[in-house]
Write a new protein. Sequence first.
Length: 283
Amino acid sequence: MRKKKKKQTNSKKQVVLLIILIICGIATAYQTTSSKEKTAASEQTETIIQNLPLNSDIYIKQTTAPGTPEILLQRTGYLVSYNSNTRIANWVAWKLTPERLKENTERINNFRPDPDLPKSKAVTTQDYKGSGWDRGHLCPAGDNKWNREAMIESFYMTNICPQHHNLNRGDWNELEQKCRKWVKKDSCLYIVAGPIFYDRKPQTIGEHKVAVPDAFFKVILSLHKKPKAIGFIYKNNEGDNPLDSYVNTVDEVERITGIDFFPALPDDIERAVEASYNLKDWK
């Protein structure tokens, strides 16, 4: 009887050992498969990044929030999505490169109605007169010195918004200068800027009832080496705050504005760059 019991015990041990070996084998196979899948996915993403068209205009077109009035106006140096209700842009997008920093023409300083709009609907400088608001550029004149026509068009009123004087000359201008510094390192930036309205019935100015934004956004995309993007939101007031106080993810700017930024990017790249930011990556 004792010998039989011993044989049963050994048999049980063998079964347990076999089960353990099977489990270990399955775990090893899963880890190997998982590792291979991760490697394959990583390699696929790397291939996509390497094959992204750089210095291309395909990233300039944004997708405006559904139901928003929009007239697309192509300019030499930028693309504007104009809103006939607010009488300012929904967004203005442009490509900035080191070549476009070359000063081939002087600043014009000649604000004028957009010639592509009917005179009855075209905002003029008179709408701003005595309002207390600056005529603030979305695509800055400083990014258009590379071409005389681009410089002239940067002063079309469809590229202009009512902006607090101190913001226009201060923190907003500082970000414009930062972009010119960053592009020297990143070779090409895609930039989108526009107004934000928190109030459904914003203040208006002038005969054409130009809407005064509550805030402004700017989002920036770089595809140099490792793709990255960053967003900024500025309240339309005097500002005078450090740059990092305005930083947001592009996802957050999308949530507030309803605009889909950089839709031409592959989905996985778009999700990755828009979900996070690191200001240190841009310095």
